[in-house]
Design a binder for this molecule. Structure first.
Ligand SMILES: *Cc1c(COP(=O)(O)O)cnc(C)c1O
Length: 416
């Protein structure tokens, strides 16, 4: 990055500092990952110079000889990887992709269903602070208090009572397998469109480590930058021609102008990588690592929502440890263990100061770590949280940080 360093040394230095931070940290944020050098290179290309409003062979600008080929390649790879008939690779990110679903299938004021935010839904599934909760009528379903798992009886009762136009399944803090066939049956019963938001688990689905929504959900929305390990972006998929056309119209011209062609190229690269046998191994190792980490935390008396995990994600209720989520996340971060504080189902505390933390294994798996490292990470978390509860964590944080640095040095992160 010699040009950046000479033109804007301030930004260049900050980028380097962030690179060092990412290298030195055990990143446990479940929505993040390390993309490959190939994905990074595609993201930083001259494709960023081109405007391409429209779709391949139907553009509103000339000079699309190359861009059309790139977008078609990305679409074909998405279709083949997920086994769908149609894919749109233009949404700028997961939130605009979800907005396209509203625009395609609903009118303002229409009723829809989604998982409630404090229990693991996404803002765009009807949170009152989101446009989706302000301009439409959300009906929220929850998990069962005793099991921490989605209450499918409640989903059905609410669907029968409110007759939603759309039902969203999926979320941001769901540690268990999403039962797509069960959601599909309820959606069919009430004539709703089932939208599967697989933003978090797309990489697991692609790698065969989580059941696929294809054949069950009418439309599928996903980010490309979480477990799928691509650039920041999103995709919408469908099998049905009419639904795919409605989604395409909603993305452009409904919501967006020109697609980000450099991102499209990087998505194509990530999809190519995700079709390789190594990616399958990665996806299964993500789950094996999460299970090992959950087991270690369980054995150390941590209270895991739903008791454990089926996927890449673990949601921890810290109430029993005598600390809140935010101070725990801040102490862990100072020890080199990067997590995020998060609400837990039925959280009595506020979203900005909740009871839990959310962790996951995609990033550490991308670095090549395995079950033994997960047990070590669980032990470190226990030491930091235990010391914090006693009110004297400084020495422990300093020591764990040294040990974390020794570990991260042995597992270089892709792309850095
Ligand atoms: C991350 C996420 C999104 C939103 O993605 P952004 O790219 O942050 O806009 C939407 N839905 C779910 C379930 C997510 O986890």
């Amino acid at each position: 990055m010699s040009s950046l360093a000479s033109v804007d040394p301030q930004i260049a230095e900050l980028v380097k500092a962030e690179e060092r931070r990412q290298a030195d940290t055990v990143k446990l944020i479940p929505s993040e990952n390390y993309v490959s050098k190939a994905v990074l290179e595609a993201t930083g290309t001259v494709l960023t110079n081109k405007y391409s409003e429209g779709y391949a062979n139907k553009r509103y600008y000339e000079g699309q000889q190359v861009i059309d080929q790139i977008e078609v390649l990305a679409i074909e790879r998405a279709k083949s990887l997920f086994g769908v008939n149609h894919a749109n690779v233009q949404p700028y990110s997961g939130s605009p992709a979800n907005l396209a679903i509203y625009l395609a299938f609903m009118q303002p004021g229409d009723t829809f269903m989604g998982m409630n935010l404090p229990s693991g839904g996404h803002l765009t599934h009807g949170s009152p602070v989101s446009i989706t909760g302000k301009w439409f009528k959300p009906v929220s379903y929850n998990v069962r208090k005793e099991t921490g798992r989605v209450d499918m009886d409640q989903v059905r009762e609410l669907a029968l009572e409110h007759r939603p136009k759309v039902i969203f399944c999926g979320g941001t803090a769901i540690p268990r397998t999403i039962d797509f066939p069960a959601f599909a049956e309820i959606a069919r019963e009430v004539g709703a469109i089932l939208a599967a938001d697989i933003a978090h688990i797309a990489g697991l689905v692609a790698g065969g480590a989580h059941p696929s929504p294809v054949g069950h959900a009418d439309v599928i929305s996903t980010t490309t930058h979480k477990t799928l390990r691509g650039p920041r972006g999103a995709m919408l998929m469908a099998n049905d021609d009419e639904k795919a056309t409605a989604l395409n119209k909603a993305v452009f011209p409904g919501l967006q102008g020109g697609p980000h062609n450099h991102t499209t190229a990087a998505i194509a690269v990530a999809l190519h990588e995700a079709a390789q046998p190594e990616f399958k191994a990665y996806a299964h190792q993500v789950v094996a690592n999460a299970k090992a980490l959950a087991e270690e935390l369980n054995s150390r008396g941590f209270d895991l929502v739903s008791g454990g995990t089926d996927n890449h994600l673990i949601l921890i209720d810290l109430t029993s440890k005598g600390v809140a989520g935010k101070p725990a996340a801040k102490a862990l971060d100072r020890a080199g263990l990067e997590t995020n504080y998060n609400t837990v189902p039925f959280d009595p505390r506020k979203p900005f100061d909740p009871s839990g933390i959310r962790i996951g294994t995609p990033s550490v798996t991308s670095r090549g770590m395995g079950e033994a490292e997960m047990r070590q990470i669980g032990a470190w978390m226990d030491e930091v949280v235990g010391a914090l509860a006693k009110g004297d964590a400084e020495d422990v944080i300093a020591r764990v940080h040294r040990e974390v640095s020794e570990l991260t040095a042995q597992f270089p992160a892709p792309g850095l």
